[in-house]
Design a protein around this ligand. Structure first.
Ligand code: DGY
Length: 325
């Protein structure tokens, strides 16, 4: 008798190679519409599938997970961040959770640098001007931005993505590095990235020309960069966020961008995606991207295959390689 194939729900479309890998091995349901599933549909899925592969666009809270035993035993998240999943409720309901660490480090660090460069060199403003037919030709004072070489980049959080950003900024663009984290990195890691020692958040905000956020989302970091922290930043500094939108108080940020207290910002993430805070939409000096941190073909394929590796381990009863709960 052949063993029952696992029933797996993939809540959004993945790159073809990763979907193919999973569909070859399991009884997979793909979300043909590729639209967010309703809370009711997600709750129902917990009774229909052994494994659910959600993404950041699926809010999986205690109501959806429920307290009673359900069929679903694994959430193999497509992504590294997991603040959209109620981990405590998963633990209580005996549902394992995995993520996809490591494979999106370089893509997200590249995007952090892209935001830093776009904000510092005002290339978004330039492109809008040109496409709108407003460009009147070269002139010495046209759209002057800021140079990065010799400036200080402050990284809030110093995990894999922050360190990859530090590497690019220090070795590629000649920036000095400050960082603030829960714990100090090893001295050889600090040295390799041009950081002498861990700073306090206050020192980092005061001394950095560019501040880039790399902390996990969730209650612990909610509004971590609020009016007080923004006021503590160097006049004319740039704030960049590729982490989670809830980390910044966006009304305070919009006020600082309007007054010129900050010269620019670059954002890839927002508190209630896909809604972008209205206070930012009319501002020229903010770069707004639609959560593209990991959006390369190679990276999204690797994320799918990494989620699939966790499903494989679950199917064979092996330890889950990327278990977070
Ligand atoms: C991640 O992997 O956390 C990205 O933000 C997409 O979810």
């Amino acid at each position: 008798m052949t063993a029952k194939r696992l029933r797996v729900l993939v809540t959004r479309r993945w790159p073809e190679a990763a979907e193919h890998y999973l569909t070859e091995r399991y009884e997979v349901t793909l979300n043909a519409e590729d639209a967010p599933m309703s809370p009711a549909r997600l709750a129902q899925a917990f009774d229909e599938y052994d494994v659910i592969c959600p993404t950041v666009s699926d809010k999986i809270d205690a109501d959806i997970i429920g307290a009673a035993p359900r069929l679903t035993r694994l959430l193999a998240n497509f992504g590294v961040g997991f603040d959209h999943i109620d981990i405590a409720a998963c633990k209580a309901a005996n549902v394992a959770v995995t993520n996809t660490p490591g494979v999106l480090t370089d893509a997200t660090a590249d995007l952090a640098m892209a935001l830093i460069l776009t904000a510092a060199r005002r290339t978004g403003e330039g492109e809008r001007e040109l496409r709108d037919g407003r460009w009147s030709g070269w002139r010495p004072t046209h759209l002057m931005g800021r140079s990065l070489s010799g400036k200080t980049l402050g990284l809030v959080g110093f995990g894999r993505i922050a360190q990859a950003t530090a590497h690019r900024a220090h070795h590629g663009f000649g920036m000095n590095i400050l960082y603030y984290s829960r714990s100090a990195a090893a001295p050889d890691v600090e040295r390799g990235l041009g950081a002498n020692r861990m700073a306090t958040l206050e020192e980092l905000l005061r001394r950095s020309d560019v501040v880039s956020l790399h902390v996990p989302g969730g209650a612990e970091t909610s509004n971590m960069i609020g009016a007080k922290e923004i006021a503590a930043m160097k006049p004319g500094a740039i704030l960049v966020n590729t982490a989670r939108g809830g980390v910044i108080d966006h009304d305070a940020l919009a006020a600082a961008l309007k007054s010129g207290a900050l010269s620019a910002a670059g954002l890839d993430v927002y508190p209630a995606e896909p809604v972008v805070p209205a206070s930012l939409l009319g501002l020229e000096n903010v770069v707004l991207l639609p959560h593209l941190g990991s959006a390369t073909v190679e990276t999204r394929e690797a994320m799918g295959l990494r989620a699939a590796a966790n499903v494989n381990a679950f199917a064979s009863g092996s330890p889950l390689p990327d278990r977070i709960a």
